[in-house]
Write a protein that binds this ligand. Structure first.
Ligand SMILES: Cc1cc2nc3c(=O)[nH]c(=O)nc-3n(C[C@H](O)[C@H](O)[C@H](O)COP(=O)(O)OP(=O)(O)OC[C@H]3O[C@@H](n4cnc5c(N)ncnc54)[C@H](O)[C@@H]3O)c2cc1C
Length: 397
């Protein structure tokens, strides 16, 4: 009988995990199903480009996984029952249920309005394709001289503000940041960011905590009103509520708590990767929601599943950070080198070279999803019944 592995979500991490599992395990031993709501792989790291009017390369999942042994199932996941080991789905034919022996949960995240009054009603978001396309359509209709306020001074906020300002120099683009502009960056990184934002004409409101969004303005905790014909909300991501509705151990924000092999600490037949997982990284700090840590985590999970099913050696690769890659429009960029636990060091790459570097990173990430073992030879090992039975037993605490 084949061991049924279901991977939920074909974003950066789910697709990486599914492809890698297919390379690590023999097709006759396992049935790998990749469930995704959309028919193609969405390059989330380019959503600011999509919003600013650029067209992205279509990447149909059916083509990406053709001949790999991974079955792509187009369906929306509506629930998971970790006691019965089933996934509830809805597709074009209606509601259904899929049974699994091992589950990889990789449903990613969406935007996080943080309960700020008016944000859900009036703000635009770019956490996914639907939101980015909605903003793109709104920007296309926006007359010259109108104001766009990006709320959030994190990596996503910086990227979208710069992208819109470069694509639409006729608009009045501003950024509202809770802290100082890029204050986690090195002095060189910060100075470069200020220079580029100045050149692009972006007004920066620092130490401005936005507490309300209206149709034509945002208001801050200090009582300031900033005109905003369009507000773009980028203060962070929130995970989908599906995991929280299960018996899985999750954090207060709904991320699945996993161990170093990305296995659920409460349910040993469930793994969680990417934004959906709470993984402790170097310095005992939770890894941030990113491809930079999510994709290596997906490789680790796939290798751990394969090892447990075949009686092989468990992987033990520390997931660490190397750099933060920030695009500042198409011609400028900033590569901030960081410590293993993501703190900026002095070295930073700036300018056009940094823009090229970032573009290569995005291309490599998409290529890696389509070629999960990065050209390494496949190491397919047989699944043994004993190892498979042991794989779903909880390890002693
Ligand atoms: C504009 C922007 C720029 C970014 N830039 C960077 C960057 O430079 N570097 C970096 O490291 N990170 C960056 N990130 C963050 C990065 O994109 C995410 O951390 C990453 O995509 C998480 O991967 P994932 O596989 O967990 O989720 P996702 O890539 O979001 O994939 C989740 C998948 O699950 C599917 N799905 C969701 N719900 C359901 C459901 N109910 N049923 C079926 N399918 C479902 C989705 O369709 C999607 O295919 C950026 C994000 C944004 C929005």
């Amino acid at each position: 009988m084949q061991h049924r592995i279901i991977v939920l979500g074909a974003g950066y991490t789910g697709a990486s995990a599914a492809g890698r599992l297919a390379k690590r395990l023999r097709g006759e031993d396992v049935a790998i199903t990749l469930v995704n709501a959309e028919p193609d792989f969405v390059e989330r790291v380019r959503m600011h480009q999509l919003a600013a009017g650029q067209d992205l390369t279509p990447r149909p999942l059916s083509e990406m996984f053709a001949g790999t042994g991974v079955e792509v199932r187009l369906a929306k996941v509506t629930g998971v029952d970790v006691e019965r080991r089933t996934v509830a789905v809805v597709d074009a034919k209606g509601a259904g249920e899929l049974g699994y022996d091992t589950l990889v949960y990789a449903l990613g995240s969406g935007w996080n309005a943080e309960g700020v009054p008016g944000a859900a009603e009036h703000a635009y978001e770019i956490a996914g394709r639907a939101g980015a396309l909605r903003l793109r359509e709104r920007l296309a209709r926006l007359d010259a001289g109108r104001s766009v306020v990006v709320v959030g001074g994190g990596l996503t906020g910086l990227e979208v503000a710069a992208e819109i300002a470069e694509a639409r120099p006729d608009l009045d683009v501003a950024l509202a940041a809770r802290d100082g502009l890029g204050d986690w960056l090195s002095p060189k990184g910060r100075a470069h960011l200020r220079k580029v934002f100045g050149r692009l004409g972006i007004t920066v409101h620092e130490h401005a905590a936005v507490t309300g969004v209206e149709a034509d303005r945002v208001t801050t905790a200090d009582g300031e009103a900033i005109p905003a014909a369009v507000t773009v909300w980028t203060t962070g991501f929130a995970v989908h509520p599906i995991a929280q509705a299960t018996a899985l151990e999750v954090t207060g924000t709904g991320q699945i708590v996993v161990d170093g092999t990305l296995r659920s600490v409460s349910h040993p037949d469930v793994y969680a990767v990417g934004d959906a997982a709470m993984v402790m990284g170097p310095g005992d700090k939770p890894l941030r929601m990113s491809c930079a840590s999510g994709v290596p985590g997906a490789w680790q999970a796939a290798d751990a599943i394969a090892a447990r099913l075949t009686g092989g050696k468990l992987p033990n690769v520390a997931i660490r950070y190397f750099n933060q890659c920030v695009s500042l429009g198409r011609k400028e960029g900033l590569i901030q080198f960081v410590t293993a636990d993501d703190r900026a060091v002095r070295a930073a790459l700036t300018g056009r070279l940094a823009a090229v570097y970032k573009e290569l990173v995005c291309k490599a990430a998409a290529w890696g999803v389509a070629n999960p073992t990065l050209g390494l030879p496949a190491r397919r090992r047989p699944v043994t019944q004993r190892a498979a039975a042991r794989s779903s037993v909880k390890a002693p605490a």
